[in-house]
Design a protein around this ligand. Sequence first.
Ligand code: FAQ
Length: 316
Amino acid sequence: MPTSSAAETGTLQALFDETIAAEQRIEPRDWMPDGYRKTLVRQIAQHAHSEIIGMQPEGDWLTRAPSLRRKAILLAKVQDEAGHGLYLYSAAETLGADRADLTAKLIDGTQKYSSIFNYPTRTYADVGTIGWLVDGAAICNQVPLCRSSFGPYARAMIRVCKEESFHQRQGYELLATMMRGTDEQRAMVQESVDRWWWPALMMFGPPDDESPNTEQSMRWGIKRNTNDELRQRFVDMTVPQAEALGVTLPDPALRWNDRRGAHDFGEPDWSEFKAVLRGDGPCNAERVANRRAAHEDGAWVRAAATAFAAREQAAP
Ligand code: FAQ
């Protein structure tokens, strides 16, 4: 591979910096600093893995959905998550990442996926709560990523966000229906919200002063907001929705602050977050074992597809 001289690299770096400063997009064939490429592969791979692992908690309820309508909605949602994972793996491939390698890194634990998917779905209300809070948090985080500086990632986010909005609304509608039901159903919703609220806040990542990547990622235009800014936006967006639903968010410190024009809220348990990231969450082992088994069970499909492609190519 030809190596560029220091002068050439300087010119390329200047062009890259100008493109970022002008809020234009970096495309796969453009020169980019190694750190920019590495950061994007890390974030996009983690995001893709989250979508794929994220199919499991809700997938657990597919055979137990209470009606045909609810089952069809849930099936469509889980399939959407698979699609999001595939767009994102494709975006990572435009950076030179190898999809098989990314999957291997997910399975061997060297690449992360979102902490939120290491919690169990204990009741059917969790399907609604995931839609409302988890997809709600995902949208809050991903809408600014539609303006991310890397073209394929930003474009993937536009479609992903449209689908996540639908997911968020279906979750809210499910919970609103349960809240109009029996006392037992209302209690199920409240119990579910109590369990998911704090893990949802952790989805935005560590506090800004403990986030090693934010500053550089913002400078590169990969991220558009800090973790704490987005967490605040999510709280402010969710409080009126909780009031409309009639559920209580489990945070005694939550209150409107007139001076800041925003809600004050309590601190998530960051030791729990760190434990989940280390692999010690309630479902880490199960999620990764399921993914590994699915990958191994699918070996024959990959072998057949490869053999078929080779035969097609060899055909006169
Ligand atoms: N979980 O320096 P920072 C969804 C890691 S999609 C696990 O702040 P950064 C759809 C981080 O990677 C949900 N790891 O990092 C759906 C870094 O790792 P390193 C996924 C986390 O990247 C809904 C280290 O900690 N969404 O839900 C988490 O600047 C329903 C230090 O952190 C995305 O991935 C975490 N919560 O900011 C599917 C969005 N937070 O360097 C099914 C794109 C941080 O040690 C059902 N990603 N880490 O290897 C992002 O916006 C960013 O990557 C952040 C983290 C904000 C997540």
